[in-house]
Design a protein around this ligand. Structure first.
Ligand code: F0G
Length: 458
């Protein structure tokens, strides 16, 4: 079509009211929450960009499928439907449902990882890292150098540094690397994609050493779209063909259905190896449930089975990736510093560059995230020194490498005018950036402090 505007490829069938707290109410909410946006309630927030996880809208087809969900405890029809969809997509026969991605990670790493081992990844997501460390193993990030530089232009900033992978295996020894992971897209590195060429190179290194390769496939469909539009030779492939090629290079996947499963809950642990899968199922029964439902209701399995089809529709992916880029372009064109090129599910504002007057010890990304809420009720998430700063025993802190604010866009949930509004809020805060204050922490937990810490403006 000769038109410029890429429209939402759906019409709205059911709506949810957005609360419209005024500026006095937002100020009161901030004070009540100790300036921590995790302490806000849904009714405090106008546009919620805290996460794209489980916050998307399901389709009429998904809701319809839920009505025929089969709640049989063992051998549910809904499991059989999901299993066949997943096997067709991944080519992997062992399909284990879990309640969400981190449950898949916990089960997998309880079985394959132990103290002294190293698990390489482009960048581990927090829960993956935590589950690896919980086993006493090391989670090592080996993303390419461009992936660590917010403004370095590269089509696949999520690629894993293959030379660094070789060095890691040589350094720690093949027996202490139980598997290699690649996260598609690389959420902790800005939602950046990984090329098929890179996955193929990683596979070759794994083959040389007989090490299994697992994908953290939470955003596999978004990654497939980037391959289609950026990698030579794939323009004529369908997203499904590209996804199938990605999966054909892996031995297994961990998956959160709350992202590219287009569902509100659910996860998967999928693999080729029947023996490891049997061990995983034994652990699954201990905490998640019987292997044909794994902590989910039959209706959830149906929603995921349908979602895995819808997420690969070209009109959906074109709209999805374009809607993130649209917000990112509006910010960039107004001179707001951000991670560029934009990723597949979120825009990451660079608070260190926008607020050079706030030292990292006074949490510039926290200041920005607070101000976006104060200005327009927009809730993002701080990804900086509050989340990743290292607190030493003497109370001093080592700041995080970057000070980012992530604005994650829920799937099929907000319209273009919502996004226009978000851009206006970002631009208006950016205009008065030099007046934003730093913050100090007045209360914090010994770990994962970002969820509950309380702050005070300086
Ligand atoms: N891996 C990646 C790359 C993720 O982004 C997430 C979740 C998980 C694993 C864990 O999945 O939440 O279903 O247990 N990311 C969410 C986010 C929470 O906001 O980025 P889960």
């Amino acid at each position: 079509m000769p038109y410029h505007t890429i429209i939402e490829p759906f019409k709205i069938h059911s709506v949810q009211r957005i609360a419209m707290p005024g500026s006095d109410e937002r100020e009161a909410a901030l004070r009540r929450a100790g300036y921590n946006l995790f302490g806000l309630t849904a009714d405090d927030v106008i546009i919620d960009l805290l996460t794209d996880s489980g916050t998307g809208a399901m389709s009429a087809a998904q809701w319809g499928a839920m009505m025929v969900g089969d709640e049989t405890y063992a051998g549910s029809r809904s499991y059989e439907r999901l299993r066949s969809v997943v096997e067709d997509l991944t080519g992997m026969p062992e399909v284990i449902p879990t309640h969400q991605g981190r449950a898949s990670e916990r089960i997998l790493f309880s079985i394959v990882a132990e103290a002294g081992m190293v698990i390489p990844n482009n960048t581990h997501f927090d829960t993956t890292r935590a589950n690896i460390q919980f086993q006493g193993a090391e989670a090592r990030d080996l993303v390419i150098a461009e992936g660590r530089n917010p403004s370095a232009d590269h089509p696949f900033k999520g690629n894993l540094d293959v030379a660094a992978l070789r060095e890691t295996i040589a350094e720690v020894g093949r027996d202490r690397v139980p598997l290699v992971m690649v996260t598609v897209t690389n959420n902790s590195g800005g939602g950046q994609p990984v090329s098929l060429e890179n996955i193929r190179e990683v596979r070759a290194v794994c083959d040389e050493h007989e090490i299994p390769l697992f994908l953290d496939a939470c955003r596999f469909a978004e990654n497939a779209w980037f391959i289609k539009t950026r990698e030579a030779g794939y323009a004529d492939h369908t997203p499904r063909q590209i996804a199938q090629e990605m999966f054909s290079l892996a031995d297994g996947i961990t998956f959160s259905a709350k992202k590219d499963g287009l569902a509100n809950i659910g996860g998967l642990l999928v693999m080729r190896d029947a023996e490891i899968a049997a061990q995983c199922r034994n652990l699954l029964i201990l905490t998640e449930g019987f292997p044909t439902y794994g902590g989910l209701a039959g209706r959830d399995l149906e929603a995921i089975a349908v979602g895995l089809g819808e997420v690969l529709e070209e009109s959906y992916l074109e709209y999805r990736i374009r809607s993130i880029e649209y917000l990112a372009e509006k910010c960039r064109d107004a001179g707001v510093p951000l991670v560029w090129p934009p990723g597949g599910h979120a825009v990451y504002l660079d608070a260190k560059a926008l607020l050079p007057h706030i030292p990292q010890s006074e949490y510039p990304a926290q200041s920005l995230v607070i101000e976006l809420y104060r200005e327009g009720g927009v809730r993002g998430v701080e990804i900086g020194s509050v989340m990743f700063g290292v607190v030493h025993e003497d109370g001093t802190e080592q700041p995080a490498p970057m000070e980012l604010v992530r604005l994650a866009i829920p799937r099929r949930t907000y319209t273009q005018s919502h996004i226009d509004f978000v851009a206006e809020v970002v631009l208006s805060v950016a205009e008065r950036a030099s007046s934003l204050p730093g913050y100090r922490i007045v209360e914090q937990a010994p770990w994962l402090r970002h969820f509950t810490a309380r702050f005070e403006p300086i």
